[in-house]
Write a protein of this length. Structure first.
Length: 201
């Protein structure tokens, strides 16, 4: 049975899924519609909402060792180790289920990488005048890749994210001999990826 996580809650992936090797991280979202409908009824000037997901691969000091290789996103879909694969960019959030998916092969993660930080921001948020207060049904979930069993889900939408354009969703990290996951849900105001990674260099 899936765990519905609260902000700050931590779980042991090893305990929830013994012998876990492949982890799927899925992100989904919808756009809030103004009453009355119509083609330009959505907030944000009628533009689609393009949420972009990133994985930051951090060392023991919670820093990025290599800015180009240790950030997995739509511009770098696969980590050089083969451990992390981004399945591609969703530009609109349309459709049911996961809008963006990242696959993590835990045994392949190099020992120098101790923490995976899953973050998201809204593409061209400044130009389109968009923020997370205009997004609904947003979630991040972790799934056991061997049997497609959902391990944990964290719902992200809410008025508390109004004016926020970026967010740290969750962290998967090594603790002694096991992997754990923490629901973070910290929102912040950024223009793009550069603003996010600046905190990890």
């Amino acid at each position: 049975m899936s765990i519905c996580l609260q902000k700050g809650q931590r779980i042991s992936l090893s305990k929830e899924a013994p012998n876990l090797t492949q982890l799927m991280c899925g992100l989904g979202w919808d756009v809030v519609q103004k009453s009355g409908g119509g083609f330009f009824s959505a907030f944000g000037g009628g533009h689609d909402f393009d949420l972009d997901t990133y994985v930051l691969c951090l060392n023991a000091n919670n820093k990025l060792t290599n800015l180009k290789k240790d950030v997995v996103y739509f511009g770098n879909l696969k980590h050089q180790s083969g451990a992390i694969t981004h399945l591609g960019d969703n530009l609109t959030g349309k459709g049911d289920g996961d809008d963006e998916v990242i696959i993590v092969d835990l045994p392949k993660i190099p020992s120098r990488i101790c923490r995976l930080v899953f973050v998201v921001n809204i593409y061209q948020c400044v130009q389109r005048k968009q923020n997370f207060g205009q997004v609904e049904n947003a979630f991040v979930r972790l799934v056991n890749g061997s049997n497609n069993r959902e391990l944990a889900r964290y719902d992200l939408s809410g008025s508390k994210y109004t004016e926020m354009t970026g967010m740290t969703l969750a962290e998967v990290y090594r603790h002694k001999d096991e992997w754990k996951m923490a629901a973070v849900g910290n929102g912040f105001r950024v223009k793009g990826l550069e603003d996010i990674i600046r905190n990890y260099i």
